[in-house]
Design a protein around this ligand. Structure first.
Ligand code: 13P
Length: 255
């Protein structure tokens, strides 16, 4: 069985003080909740504040991006050991905003996944088609290409900790979301693609949906057999909305 996972991507929002408050509200709202893994990914400047709030709770700290090298002349970048040192247990990799605005490539995402696994960080690798790719009928080809590149060269057994987030780019921050059925179809394709390189381990990889997830639509995704949770942007900045999403996943995950 795959435990449901709900991850919050705060993107470039929240200075340290409101970040600590939001994390505190989420911790209180989810106290005692069992059966769902929750990850908060604040901006890098708030990692230490949020780490302190999360200490002693089952909620994990994650970062939003990372370099693949351990150290070196890469101005502005953060390395895997730096994230581990800051208390991170997970890291979002290859988010479409990183691909679009910062030139991240399929190949680079593969290097980052390998580096994350080597440092025991849970990689949350993002894939998803742009609107024009969807309209051209190339959703499947794009997603397969991105997934193959993300896991290229990784040890099959290590990939059991991988998380893949299917985030159709046209659904991010737009209020338009994929239907549960369509997201499930793509999630099944992702799992079949993972099985090419990871074999049966692909059955243990968690696949999330991301893109305009709210308390109102989370149920539609959680009821899909191939979808194990969500990567939440906008709604994760509102404690009550995020708590409602995580609670829904807990209910969906219980036998
Ligand atoms: P929204 O939930 O704001 O659409 O963002 C999704 C996302 O990009 C999460 O990584």
């Amino acid at each position: 069985m795959r435990a449901p996972l709900i991850a919050a991507n705060w993107k470039m929002h929240m200075t340290r003080e409101p970040a600590g408050r939001l994390a505190g509200d989420i911790v209180r709202g989810l106290a005692g909740l069992d059966g769902v893994q929750v990850v908060l990914c604040p901006p890098a400047t708030a990692l230490d504040v949020v780490a302190r709030v999360l200490a002693g709770t089952p909620i994990l700290l994650g970062a939003q991006t990372m370099h693949w090298e351990t150290q070196g002349a890469y101005t502005g970048e953060l390395s895997p050991p730096m994230l581990v040192d800051a208390g991170c247990r997970a890291v979002i990799l290859g988010h479409s905003e990183r691909r679009r605005y910062f030139g991240e490539t399929d190949d680079g995402v593969g290097k980052k996944v390998r580096a994350a696994l080597a440092h025991r960080l849970v990689p949350i690798a993002c894939v998803g088609e742009r609107l024009e790719e969807r309209e051209a009928g190339s959703t499947d080809a794009v997603v397969v290409r991105q997934v193959r590149a993300a896991v290229a060269g990784s040890d099959a057994e290590a990939l059991s900790s991988l998380v893949v987030a299917y985030e159709p780019v046209w659904a991010i921050g737009t209020g338009r979301h994929a239907t549960g059925r369509e997201a499930d179809r793509v999630a099944a394709l992702i799992r079949r693609t993972l099985a090419e390189s990871a074999g049966p381990v692909a059955g243990r990889v968690r696949i999330l949906y991301g893109g305009s997830v709210t308390p109102g639509n989370i149920g539609e995704f959680l009821e899909q057999p191939e979808i194990d949770g969500a990567l939440v942007g906008g709604a994760s900045l509102d404690a009550q909305a995020f708590i409602a999403i995580a609670r829904a996943a807990c209910r969906a995950g219980s036998p």
